[in-house]
Design a protein around this ligand. Sequence first.
Ligand SMILES: CC(=O)SCCNC(=O)CCNC(=O)[C@H](O)C(C)(C)COP(=O)(O)OP(=O)(O)OC[C@H]1O[C@@H](n2cnc3c(N)ncnc32)[C@H](O)[C@@H]1OP(=O)(O)O
Length: 709
Amino acid sequence: MTETVDATRPNGPEAAPPTDWNRVFRPHAVAVLGATGRADSPMARPLRWLAERGFSGHVWPVNPKYDELAGLPCFASLDAVPGPVDLVLALVPAAHAPDAVRQAGAASAAAVVVFASGFAEVGTDGAELQHELVAAARESGVRVLGPNCQGIYYAPTRLFATFTAAADRPLRGSSGIAYVGQSGAVGGSVLDIAAEQGLDLTAWVSTGNQADVDLTEIGRYLAADPEISVLAVYAESVRDGAAYERLAAEAAAAGTSLVVLRSGRSGAGRRAAVSHTGAMLGDDTAFRLVSRRYGVVLVDDVEELLAAATVLRGQPRPAGRRIAAVSTSGGAGILAADRCEGHGLALPELAPETQDKLSRLVPAFGALANPVDVTAQLFNTGERAFGDVCSIVCADPSVDALLVLLTMVVGDEAADLAEDLTAAMSGSGVPCSVVWLAGQDRTTRARAILREAGIPVFSSIAVAARVAGALTPDRMPDTAPGRAPLPWLPEAADDLDPATDGGWALLDAIGVDTPASVHAGTAAEATDAARALAGAGGTVVMKAVAPGLEHKTEAGGVRLGVAAERAAAVFDELATTVASLAGVLVQQAVPGGVELLVGASGGRDGWPPVLTVGLGGTATEVHRDVATALAPITPGDAHALLRELRCWPLLAGHRGAPGVDVDAVVEAIVRVGAVVARRPDLAELEINPLIVGPTGAVAVDVLVATRTP
Ligand SMILES: CC(=O)SCCNC(=O)CCNC(=O)[C@H](O)C(C)(C)COP(=O)(O)OP(=O)(O)OC[C@H]1O[C@@H](n2cnc3c(N)ncnc32)[C@H](O)[C@@H]1OP(=O)(O)O
């Protein structure tokens, strides 16, 4: 089977007719076009499962070769079926799929699932066939799921409209967890592993090439479904930022937890960026920030996806980043502490009262502070001692989450411990995960007891720590849409061509301070400008202006401390150093201060724009001390963003040194964020450096890139 492809969609989803997804997930009648008589073929499964697994609607096999299939009357064509059809499963080869879609349209079906491979994922011819498929869908008014997909199952209606081998087992589908993803193969793994862990998925959808319907559209339906409490998503690409944001927002509003495993983050956009900001940010920065805005949990593999879903389904989310470790081994506790800290979690020392209570249970040679080492000896001190220890730890006000590390506790003892821990955690208000470092075969029952209670069990400390980190809400600044009124910006900022004057005019228009500057086209003009700007005995800065010159310092195009009498000579030097010199910007020298970067990348593909602040100057990419947020941003959030920087002490003042004018920096950040949010033609706007002193912040260099909106 080939990888799925997110092909370009002709007559895109925006042109799609309104869809009643209830007709797809709760259909009254399903037609199986190309139903096969080859019972051993995987393609025989959908019809068999629809016939045998309690689906209560009509099931109509369609294939001119047969009179009867799976004990059901079989029809020669779709127009021969004896009633309205909601959903068509097309099991025919790719070349027949557009016709299947037209037939489904004629039968007034809501949607067709096209299982066949052989479309955009196989090259140009396949891409053309895929275009034809979508064109057929638009003409016929039906929606297409796939092609190159493995279909749908929806347990509440016993709709097993899939051929995935992972569904070839008894499935109750009672977990409240739904999966939607492009890849049916990854989806099959999620389904199978979940079922093995006793978490039968309630809904499962593979969207394949997403020629028409994409995972955000299905996700939104499932997120609003009261049967679903957790939506697990596997996304190979999320091309439409607005559609993803809508899914995240609707899931959050419905109280459905969203966990996303995303692959295929390419560096292409990063390579294309002209600014320092663009070069430092990954392509997925906007995706991550939107996810954070709506509390989406981001994970890195299938095991994490399921573990996160397990916690979200049965336990509260941690309120903060403070975690306690309770271990039967000192070594495992220390490993856990290291890994947790590596994922941004803190292990606070437990309160003296907590430690005092623990000391009555934990042997003297254990540890009480955090990690808590109960030692193997604990199990001699009483039947419920382990659960009591965990309850005491969870009651400590400094604990947001609990990580339990168990070593060689196996067999009946393991099952008893699992019961004890489950009882202790229920109603504790603190989420718990377990790492069990013992053979699965000797802890099978214990693991099942914990998972049943919504407590995930890991075999790896590193993975458990990563999931704990992913589940922890990010407290970095974030501005939900509508909460950030755009600051007043002069109308000039809306009308001006952003590239005018290399971006300086735009900064003036949005009210960011810039040094007095004069453009000099000749050496003589440079001397005059320097005399006017330098003041008595002072100096100016001279900067080369040339087409495509983005990083002037690296190109030898910046001269600092130029006295007026040297301005002409420096002009001539710059003319020889910099190719195609179009003139020189003579600037008033700005007194030294902290050099910051304030940048913004405008939204692409429906993603909101991203603001970046950081330590600026020429070593920006060396320091990589940056913080990001979605634009626009409020002054409060801009302030919080600055506090995230490692260089924050330089701004706030440290070791007796006075701080700088943070409010002026905040003002500049808010204004840059506002203009980028308002101007879709602004691809990048970067001030570097913004020199900030005890009073005021001045943009000393600016870079602008535009694009056609
Ligand atoms: C990562 C992932 O997993 S995503 C990938 C998901 N998809 C896949 O893996 C599918 C890959 N396979 C394909 O694409 C194949 O083309 C399939 C499975 C769709 C069809 O392949 P085959 O079964 O070999 O095609 P075949 O020509 O035999 O047609 C299938 C049945 O439909 C019937 N049929 C064909 N055309 C029509 C039609 N227009 N109307 C009704 N029945 C039809 C055939 O008679 C046949 O039935 P039979 O098996 O009883 O003879």
